[in-house]
Design a binder for this molecule. Sequence first.
Ligand code: B12
Ligand code: SF4
Length: 507
Amino acid sequence: MSIKRVALITPPYHSGVVESAGTWLNVGFVYVAGSLRAAGYQVDYYDAMSLWHKWPEIEARIRAFNPDVVATTSYTASVAHALELTALAKKINPEIVTVHGNVHATFCFDEMLQAEHDTVDFIVRGEGEVTLVSLLDCLNAGGDPADVPGLAFWRDGAVVATPKAANIKDLDALPMAWDLVEWPIYTYRAKNNARLAIVSSSRGCMEKCSFCSQQLFWSQSWRARSPENFVAELELLRDSYGVEVAMLSDEIPTFDRERWVKILDLMIERKVGVKLLLETRVDDILRDEDIMGRYREAGVEHIYVGVESCDQATLDLFNKNTKVGQSKAAIDIINNADIVSETSFVLGMPNDTPESIAAVVELAKHYNPDMGFFLAIAPWPYAELYPELEPYVATKDYRKYNLVEPVVKPKNMTLQELERELGKAAQKFFMHKFQNLHELSPWKQEFMLSVLDLLINHSYLAGQMKSAMREGKEMPPEVRALLKGMQGRGKGMPEGDGHPHNFAPIP
Ligand code: B12
Ligand code: SF4
């Protein structure tokens, strides 16, 4: 077998949620492509999802590149589209080797291969850089994939899973294929369409939240790049590709305070100027209260912390390892540093009712993040919480496992009622926020107005926001002016994919 050309393709799945805020690149592919090229393979980085390509365009690009391998990425919500993609590749040319990676494939390889072994050749479990190259080298050398760690595949009527691959030790040494990225499409709408990158400074998380897939994916480990290596990458992205804003894909970039402080200091010292959006844990924010000014000075503009619940019993069920009071304190710290604060609440648990959801909205207003999102719990079939939720799981249609569409049916609500209550929760929260816009600093006011623009022009909440804001007189004049120019739903967003269009958090 002679394999040279590898197409890395994102499945054209859209829940329309985070996509309202911007267009986000696939940094996992930038890593995998870098390693493939270093090993001598030619790569097409093809973000069909972000390009909003439909099947005919995807088919045309596959035919034009004429790959030996089509590899794609499957998290739970996108796996159906990823499977359709590899079926398409086989239809175009049965000789194409098809590969799936990412979290859903890593854990649900058995289910996928049982059902789709005709069109799925290999599943890479865990990190892709070493395993994919080893697989392709093995195939080229006529070897046996059973000897390559980190794989699953179908052979003789059964699934073969090879031993787990070792974690990559030196993240600094991984080559990156930034030059393959189709940069012009990646912009951050909430900030004047600034050029947007996603970067990774660390991988993993040592916590054990029972609803979360990421601690499982990284086997409760945490590894990081050195501050010098990471900051040099931001400079390269700024100088070579005009990157102005970068979102960290890290689960917890701040985990090691010493390393994080070094990153902040280097960014200040070298005047890097790239603005950072990041997610971290409430306890790291409490720990870093004394250096929040440095966060801001270095360019951190937006911090998401997962509050998840306002109720200690639910936090304990989630294994969240935080106390209710800590969340409010962390949000205050972020707000006091004049950084945009964002959080989400995981709702739609079996015991939820309209009243319990309304109570969360009141607490959300009290916690006072700049942005609050009210998510429908998605029962990842491999998460520790799954057995608890299983009796209430209403559908196995993974396309709905996107944190917006309810999948778990509460005991005393229908799925439709829950969906309506979640919509109302967002509406009530943001109405309150915009009524009190004047409490924010000038730059945050400006930012929040662009968020409102996205909400009313790019979101399925548009209808609800419109009706609620008919009493626009309660709103500050800037908000009223924006409302006047309101254009209804969908501007600039392709429609008709059958999923709701929402504005929601950094995932
Ligand atoms: C960046 C990101 C996105 C980007 C994706 C951009 C793109 N062009 O593909 C955007 C913002 C669009 C996005 C959207 C969504 N996302 Co998202 N996203 C992330 C985030 C923050 C980082 C992922 C990342 O880059 N990690 C860093 C890289 C280095 O790691 P990696 O991606 O895992 O890739 C490595 C391996 O997995 C493997 N690998 C991955 N793919 C492949 C493919 C092959 C062939 C191989 C060999 C290996 C391989 O190799 C890579 C390198 O080692 C994660 C959370 C997190 N902290 O991980 C959520 C996350 C992946 N998202 C999630 C979700 C739910 C969504 C949405 C459904 C949310 C929503 N409601 O909108 C949407 C769906 C997409 C859509 N279009 O509607 C969930 C998935 C949960 C699950 N278990 O299935 C996560 C884990 C967040 C969470 N809340 O739990 N997301
Ligand atoms: S939710 Fe966040 S803190 Fe909890 S395990 Fe997942 S990544 Fe870690």
